[in-house]
Design a protein around this ligand. Sequence first.
Ligand SMILES: Nc1ncnc2c1ncn2[C@@H]1O[C@H](COP(=O)(O)OP(=O)(O)OP(=O)(O)O)[C@@H](O)[C@H]1O
Ligand SMILES: [Mg+2]
Length: 261
Amino acid sequence: MIELKNIKKSFGDKTILHDISAVMEAGKCNLIIGASGSGKTVLTKCMVGLFKPDEGEILYNDVNMLEMTEDERKQLRQQIGMLFQGSALFDSMTVEQNVMFPLNMFSTLSYKERKKRASEVLDRVNLKEAHNKFPAEISGGMKKRVGIARAIVLNPKYLFCDEPNSGLDPQTSMLIDKLIKEITVEYDITTIVVTHDMNSVMEIGDHIVYMHQGQKQWEGSNKDIIFSKNELLNEFIFASEFLQDAKQMRMMQENGDVPKQ
Ligand SMILES: Nc1ncnc2c1ncn2[C@@H]1O[C@H](COP(=O)(O)OP(=O)(O)OP(=O)(O)O)[C@@H](O)[C@H]1O
Ligand SMILES: [Mg+2]
């Protein structure tokens, strides 16, 4: 479990994160949602140690990351896998070389073992045929899968995915979501997904943190969202009339007022 306690972060005189407290549940898909500029990426970067909060605590299993020694923090970082927005693959490396990169940096495995491990994770994300291709030669959805393979190659305990669906069509988005969810369960990872995608929220959001203008507005499960009366959250999630109707229907179903199809 990752626990955020009273996180504050400013850049110059602009406060970006106002006193954020939230929980990322262990072994679950935790989603951070909110409008553009609400501070999702800054918060995520604080959690992985790329930004240092001005105040507050970030507890990984009750240990405050901000008070760890350099060695402890290094160890923690090796337990964190990250899928960056836009995948951030190395263009000059093949798919296999991209996936082997963290192993080359951090593992003591032999070349043969590293190749085998890369093969395992590429198989897991259904990319058996793409080992020798370069990023420019594969589709956006495949790039995301390579990014996921690279993020899990060191067997992380924590997986961070910043906008894993950006730029993908709805069907491919769903496949990526399902893959992230399956991997979370299969390897018992604590996953944090930053997303705008409302399908993801309803499909894979075990636990959801909603940010608005640098503040945590709401926190709960995807089922709780159906019943939530938080106006800002409802405006954000159910922006169209169609979705507002869908929410009403779902609420009635959940209450047993309408037979399920
Ligand atoms: N390194 C930085 N220096 C100064 N300001 C920054 C920096 N990084 C982010 N900000 C500011 O922090 C605010 C929140 O940015 P952030 O990237 O966290 O938003 P976001 O919720 O991830 O948005 P999006 O959905 O567009 O990715 C923005 O106003 C942004 O300009
Ligand atoms: Mg962002």
